[in-house]
Design a protein around this ligand. Structure first.
Ligand SMILES: [Zn+2]
Length: 358
């Protein structure tokens, strides 16, 4: 996602001052014809970028943190199963108790004409016992239900987005579609990911997400205004789209990636730290794909789409260097996106391949 604070997002355009080109080692692919792909506008003129170069854009700690979360995830699942097996006798006893209590109560009720207060109390006890599931069974049930429910949930959400958004195609916002197509070619993707524009009522955001075997991008309408209304700023849009398609390329937005860390990523600090590594990776790859430094995109998300062009980049970077201290450290630690100041400092220093996690 593009959020610029905590769990929000961002993107860029170039302005006066501090534009810095991607690192020399980043061989930015160029179209063989024209500035937006080949002359027929299909994007076929773009050659895939060397995978080693794409790999170099990853934050140095991303894979390490992903492995940690995968291991933790397995441990959580193993612990739940182990706890269930360990307490299996309790669970069996619980089931028998509930069953016996229900049978006994039904027999009692058949033998008396009036339900006395004592019977009502006994019924309440049975109900309470039935609701009081053993922890071991409860944890295992929660895990099983969550795992099974995920595909249904993502299809449901996808249905909502499709019904509420405009699909960007070669005929609808063709300039935007051409950008997605260009990046898909450069990344060697077999298919051009679907991209939808959704009304955000002022929210500035974009994100990539998934259903089984398919990824797609959503971009909020207000963000597109910087390209079509406010500043005709395609650089910012290019960076934002590049950031989102980077998530797809690195497979952050896939079912198997999600399943592998679905429980561990909810652990405070650990989950957010791993997320920050992914955001840095995608910012770096977005610089490579778009040729933009990405700072204007961050400013658009920070200052808003009407004012971001007036932010002086050098001045902001000077300010960003002063934003530090214990509480800044604490705030950044729990954010799933690097705080904007750290993110901008990383974007402004492409020679340093990995942004600061803490
Ligand atoms: Zn992101």
């Amino acid at each position: 996602m593009m959020n610029n604070q905590g769990n929000q997002q961002n993107a860029p355009v170039r302005q006066a001052g501090v534009y810095m080109p991607p690192p020399a080692s980043y061989d930015v692919s160029v179209p063989t014809t024209g500035s937006n792909g080949n002359s027929n506008g299909t994007g076929d003129g773009y050659q895939p970028i060397d995978k080693k170069i794409l790999h170099q854009c990853r934050h140095k700690a991303e894979r390490r943190w992903y492995r940690r979360l995968v291991v933790l995830n397995l441990l959580i699942i193993a612990a739940a199963i182990g706890f269930f097996l360990y307490a299996f006798e309790d669970t069996r006893t619980y089931a028998e108790d509930v069953y016996n209590a229900v049978v006994e109560e039904m027999e009692d009720l058949e033998n008396v004409e009036d339900v006395r207060d004592a019977d009502v109390e006994k019924l309440d006890d049975v109900e309470k016992e039935a609701n009081d599931l053993p922890d071991s069974l409860l944890y295992l049930l929660e895990i099983v239900i969550t795992v099974v429910a995920i595909p249904f949930v993502v299809y449901y959400v996808y249905a909502q987005y499709r019904s509420m958004s405009v699909c960007i195609t070669p005929k609808t916002y063709p300039e935007i579609y051409a950008i997605v197509e260009e990046y898909a070619r450069k990344l060697g993707m077999k298919k051009v990911p679907k991209i939808y524009m959704i009304q955000g009522n002022g929210v500035l955001n974009a994100f990539s997400t998934f259903i089984p075997f398919k990824q797609y991008i959503e971009i909020y309408a207000d963000l597109l205004e910087v390209a079509y209304r406010e500043y005709h700023d395609m650089d910012t849009i290019r960076f934002i789209i590049a950031h989102e398609i980077a998530h797809i390329y690195y497979k952050h937005a896939t079912m198997h990636y999600y399943y592998a860390i679905m429980f561990s990523q909810m652990i405070p600090i650990l989950g957010s730290t791993a997320s920050r590594t992914r955001e840095y990776s995608c910012d770096r790859l977005a610089q490579l794909l778009s040729g933009s430094d990405g700072i204007d995109a961050m400013m658009a998300l920070t200052a808003g789409i009407h004012l971001y062009k007036q932010v002086d980049h050098e001045d902001y970077i000077e300010h960003a260097r002063t934003v530090k201290g214990f509480f800044i450290f604490c705030w950044n630690l729990v954010c799933d996106h690097p705080i904007t100041t750290k993110r901008v400092l990383a974007l402004a220093d492409p020679e340093k391949k990995s942004g600061k996690l803490y």
